[in-house]
Design a protein. Structure first.
Length: 173
C-alpha cells in the first residue's frame, strides 16, 4: 500500500500573508453596486414627487415654434391653460381639437392656452400643430426644463393657472 499524498503543501514557513483591502475587480463591483443603488434611490424618490396642484406655478419661458418668447409672468392677469403634449402621444390626438376649440371660444375672455411639446422632434411637433390647425402658442421643451419644473410624468398633462399665477387645477389623461 502506498502512503496517502500530503495535501498540506504549505507549511508554517510558507504561509501566505493575509489579504488586505479590495482587489481591483472587487472595487469595480462595489462601485457598480453603489451606482445602481443611487439610481434606484433617485427613481424611488422621483416617484414620490407629484405634480404641483396648488400654490405658485413654476415660472417658465418658452420660445414658440413661431419664434416668439413668452413667460408665465407675462401672462399674469389671465387664466393660463398649460398643456404638455407630444406628437407620439395618442391621447393628445383626442385632446388637441378640444384645446383648439377652447382657445377659439375663450381667447378674447382672458384665457391663454400654451402648448408645450415634451420630448418630441420639432418636425413631428410642427406636423401635429398643422394637422389640428392649432393657433394657440406652442413651443418645444427640448431640454425638459419646463416639464421638470412641473414634474410631469407623461403626456398629456394640463395645469390651469389662475390670474395671480397660482395652480388652480391639475388634469391628466
Amino acid at each position: 500500500m502506498t502512503a496517502a499524498p500530503d495535501f498540506n503543501l504549505l507549511d508554517d514557513e510558507t504561509e501566505r500573508p493575509p489579504r488586505r483591502g479590495f482587489s481591483p475587480g472587487s472595487a469595480v463591483v462595489l462601485v457598480g453596486i453603489l451606482v445602481m443603488a443611487a439610481v434606484v434611490g433617485l427613481a424611488l424618490a422621483r416617484q414620490k414627487q407629484t405634480q404641483p396642484s396648488a400654490g405658485a406655478a413654476p415660472e417658465f419661458t418658452l420660445t414658440t415654434f413661431d419664434g416668439d418668447t413668452l413667460s408665465l409672468s407675462d401672462l399674469r392677469g389671465q387664466v393660463v391653460v398649460l398643456n404638455f403634449w407630444a406628437s407620439w402621444c395618442r391621447p393628445c390626438y383626442e385632446e388637441a381639437p378640444l384645446l383648439q376649440s377652447v382657445w377659439e371660444r375663450y381667447q378674447d375672455r382672458g384665457v391663454v392656452i400654451v402648448g408645450v411639446a415634451y420630448a418630441d422632434v420639432e418636425g413631428s411637433s410642427r406636423a401635429f400643430i398643422d394637422q389640428f390647425g392649432l393657433t394657440f402658442p406652442n413651443g418645444a421643451d427640448s431640454q425638459t426644463r419646463i416639464s421638470d419644473a412641473y414634474n410631469i410624468s407623461g403626456v398629456p398633462e394640463t395645469f390651469i393657472i389662475d390670474q395671480e399665477g397660482n395652480i388652480a387645477r391639475f388634469i391628466y389623461a
